[in-house]
Design a protein around this ligand. Structure first.
Ligand code: SF4
Length: 411
């Protein structure tokens, strides 16, 4: 077995991981009564007209799923409902849809741009989420464009993000049913809302044709979960409820058809994170890993993005566990929980690094390969100048940078 220094001596850096004591959200501020539950939008009563591009300076129209859905900027450009260019890529392979309501998501997750506390400043449909705007589009238009081939075959997958809202279970079923009736050749993933769901709801989505069911666990430990999306920020989620739905998904959807979103760099150790990745793999699922990024307007926007050395180690180890049958028990960690050895022979590890797939965005697969995510989320967890998750195969310069990040050590 070799250690992960690979071919060059360690480079000393001032800090290579986000420590638990640093990663503390600030408290949510009180929301004025008139702004709560989409109050401004509902009082304004502005009727929507076609595509709505987020604009915080005008009265946001009153839009509701399932008639309306929001979609990522990358998806809107790919679908042709919005003009724009993306750095080093021309499209996304996943049509990420977000259910939308004037009341928005009723949860308050500390790292999320959609969180409830933001209703004091910004209407739901105008909020940034994973670093980008989410235009709102009539769902009929989405169906018509994709069913008639208007996406030119670029979408390999569609995903419904449910958010936390009392109507989202029923509306997700409507959006899913209408999609599978008209566009059965593009599989659908569900990014679920466990807090309002039962096992029967999971079964209903399977029966309607959903292909993959995911749970945004996000936090690697119960303590971080509670601090960032539970009682710590006046949010309704609980670790146990999320695991109840994750276990139900494992049984109902089966191996290879369920997974969990995890965010690296919120104060967990690398051992914590990779033990969780292994637990999910042993259940038959996959981990979809995100790099923590301080989302503008969130309760963690004052905190550092995940340190790149920490991120690269976790990103590579996750790939080894999920797609190369390596186990966390074969890896070695130091006394602080930092990964010290991947437990893989050097030549094998070099080949995996050189292939670059381990450093691409992780998520549900498309048509390219089992270990290549359709959900490429361009620049969803980093700016283009310092890419965390590559929405394409990293080139030679990218790999040199990745190798330097893997070699870096704490001073
Ligand atoms: S439940 Fe999801 S969408 Fe809602 S605040 Fe939390 S992370 Fe954001």
């Amino acid at each position: 077995m070799s250690c992960f220094e690979m071919s060059a001596p360690p480079r000393r850096v001032a800090g290579d991981s986000n420590a638990a004591e640093t990663m503390q959200p600030r408290d949510p501020a009180p929301v004025p009564a008139e702004s709560r539950n989409g109050g401004r939008v509902k009082a304004g009563g502005q009727a929507p007209q076609g595509v709505y591009l987020p604009n915080n300076n005008i009265l946001t129209p009153h839009m509701r799923s399932p008639a309306y859905v929001q979609m990522s900027t990358a998806a809107a450009i790919t679908l042709g409902v919005m003009q724009g260019m993306m750095h080093r890529t021309c499209c996304t392979r996943c049509l990420n849809l977000l259910l939308t309501y004037p009341e928005g998501c009723r949860a308050n997750c500390a790292y999320c741009g959609l969180a409830r506390h933001r209703e004091s400043l910004r209407d739901y449909a105008d909020r940034n989420f994973i670093r980008v705007d989410w235009p709102a589009v009539p769902y009929d238009d989405v169906l018509d464009i994709v069913a008639s081939g208007g996406d030119q075959g670029r979408f390999h997958r569609m995903c419904i993000s449910m958010i936390t809202h009392p109507d989202s279970d029923a509306d997700a079923r409507v959006v899913l049913r209408r999609w599978t009736e008209r566009i059965p050749h593009i599989p659908v993933s569900i990014l679920s809302n466990p807090t309002t769901m039962t096992r029967q709801d999971v079964q209903a989505l399977k029966d309607l044709g959903a292909d993959i069911f995911t749970v945004a666990l996000d936090a690697a430990t119960p303590e971080i979960f509670d601090r960032t999306r539970g009682r710590g920020v006046q949010s309704p989620h609980s670790w146990d409820k999320y695991w109840e739905i994750l276990n139900a998904a494992a049984e109902i959807f089966g191996p290879g058809h369920f997974g969990a979103h995890l965010i690296a760099g919120m104060g967990e150790t690398e051992r914590d994170m990779l033990a969780l990745v292994q637990r999910l793999r042993d259940m038959g699922g996959h981990s979809h890993m995100f790099a923590f990024f301080p989302e503008s307007g969130s309760l963690m926007d004052h905190l550092p993005a995940v340190a790149r050395p920490q991120w690269r180690r976790v990103q590579l180890a996750r790939y080894l566990i999920d797609y190369r049958a390596r186990r966390v028990e074969q890896m070695r960690f130091d006394e602080t929980g930092r990964l010290a050895d991947f437990g893989v022979p050097r030549d094998e590890l070099d080949a995996i690094v050189d292939a670059g797939i381990a450093f691409r965005t992780s998520g549900c697969p498309g048509q390219e390969a089992e270990d290549v995510s359709a959900c490429d989320r361009p620049y969803g967890d980093s700016p283009p100048r310092d890419i965390a998750s590559y929405p394409f195969t990293p080139n030679g310069n990218d790999l040199r940078r990745i190798r330097a990040q893997l070699r870096a050590r704490r001073s």
